[in-house]
Design a protein around this ligand. Structure first.
Ligand code: BGC
Length: 430
């Protein structure tokens, strides 16, 4: 179709306008990338009350040293959404200075060749000696330090409301049967037995504890770390799914989509008796001014008393412009400072990522967690959490998430779920 003269001139004006706008946008983009050399841009998913309080300890520590903080928060426990945002940012040529990251994700970013080399500061500060080997496995790649571990969390905890336990004459259950009996008693008394947030990573977090409690360290290692099909498609795995179904029957109807910290709030407020969650939940109790053994209980998931199913938050340092590396190095050194490690982890609910930090400032749960970590490390009962990226790469982890969450939200049989898990892992490892 032929265009009239006025249509042609309109099109030309439009294309000139578009070109000018694009030029302005490019210039604005270039300016926004001109970052203050004393500023660190930090991508993380610490957005709950307890998490934000812990992050503030780091932020204030750095600000006290003249390092400004650019906050890049991407909500979502377990960090899946944060990792998606990170990919987009790096692809756009705008890498953050530092990124909160877990286990195998760190290795995958290291393989991309986009991370900083922290060897100078690591050697000056003796990181090889003070950071546990289980964390070095992820913090170093090809002989090069690439990240600074800020904590060690563990997922195999149960958080209990002390008043409800006292009212019902309950003590922390030691076995699976005792756990179910306690939950049923709580239900009968009119409380929600288990506070749960229906998100794939939260179901996976419960799964971590169930796998260990059903089959111990050997089964956990074979199924979740070695990904042995005979272990994944086994009678033990069917028992794991049976127990997950038992838990499903003890949560309230409003669980779908609920954030983990809102589930913790249900225990804090005395609406629910227990939550199965990593010790970042303790940060919420502390934020609410609650005291362990007075207001809340922390005990290991029954059958995992000897185990520490761990995940460690690390700040992975990205390659950035040379003139901004001082601030980056200062951040790495500050994170590994023993005084900081104590101050931060007391608030976060985790334990230090160095072996030489005294437990003086920690509450009873924290002291217990530190002693258990040392024991588990000596007895080889410390294993990486599958749910939090320390057992297998993201592709396998996500494939498992899908199967577990699908089971949790349906009437699928345990046998079919064990088969589906085996098939999903088989496809993901190809
Ligand atoms: C992180 C914790 C965080 C939790 C919930 C875990 O993957 O390791 O630091 O508090 O997710 O957001």
């Amino acid at each position: 179709m032929k265009k009239t003269l006025s249509q042609k001139s309109l099109l030309m004006t439009l294309s000139v306008l578009i070109s000018i706008s694009l030029l302005i946008l490019t210039l604005l983009g270039a300016c926004s990338k001109q970052k203050d050399v004393n500023q660190v841009g930090v991508l993380h998913w610490w957005t709950s009350g307890g998490e934000a309080a812990a992050l503030n300890v780091l932020k204030e520590d750095l600000e006290g040293k003249g390092v400004a903080w650019e906050d890049i928060a991407v909500a979502g426990g377990g960090g899946e959404q944060a990792m998606t945002a990170l990919r987009a940012r790096v692809a756009a040529g705008d890498s953050p200075t530092a990124v909160q990251m877990l286990g195998f994700d760190i290795v995958e970013w290291a393989q991309e060749g986009v991370l900083a080399d922290l060897n100078t500061v690591a050697n000056e500060n003796n990181w090889d000696t003070v950071i546990p080997l289980a964390l070095q496995k992820f913090a170093k790649y090809d002989g090069k330090w690439i990240s600074a571990p800020v904590n060690v969390h563990s997922v195999n905890w149960v958080w209990g409301n002390k008043a409800i336990f006292d009212e019902l004459g309950l003590s922390p259950p030691q076995t699976w049967d005792e756990f179910i009996a306690a939950a049923k008693k709580i239900k009968k008394a009119g409380y929600i037995p288990i506070a749960h947030g229906g998100q794939a990573w939260q179901e996976a977090t419960v799964f971590d504890s169930l796998v260990y409690s059903v089959g111990g360290i050997d089964f956990y290692t074979r199924a979740m770390i070695d990904l042995d099909p005979a272990a994944i498609n086994s009678k033990e795995m069917q028992t794991v799914f049976n127990r997950l179904r038992d838990i499903r029957d003890l949560v309230d109807p409003n669980f779908p989509g609920r954030d983990w910290n809102l589930a913790t709030a249900m225990v804090i407020e005395g609406k629910a008796g227990m939550q199965i969650m990593g010790d970042w939940a303790k940060g919420e109790f502390i934020k609410a001014n609650q005291v362990p053994d007075e207001d809340f209980l922390c005990f290991r998931f029954p059958g995992t008393q000897e185990a520490v199913i761990f995940n460690s938050d690390q700040f992975v340092m990205f390659e950035i412009e040379a003139n901004r590396r001082n601030a980056q190095n200062l951040m790495a050194v500050s994170i590994m400072d023993p005084v900081f490690q104590s101050a931060f982890n007391v608030v976060k609910g985790s334990v230090p990522a160095r072996v030489d930090v005294p437990d003086d400032d920690f509450d009873d749960c924290g002291k217990k967690a530190m002693a258990q970590l040392t024991a588990a490390n000596n007895n080889n009962t410390m294993v990486g959490s599958f749910a939090h990226g320390h057992a297998s790469p993201a592709a396998v982890k996500n494939a498992m998430y899908d199967v577990i969450t699908q089971f949790f939200n349906s009437d699928q049989s345990s046998q079919a779920a064990a088969q589906a898990l085996t098939d999903a892992v088989g496809l993901a490892v190809q």
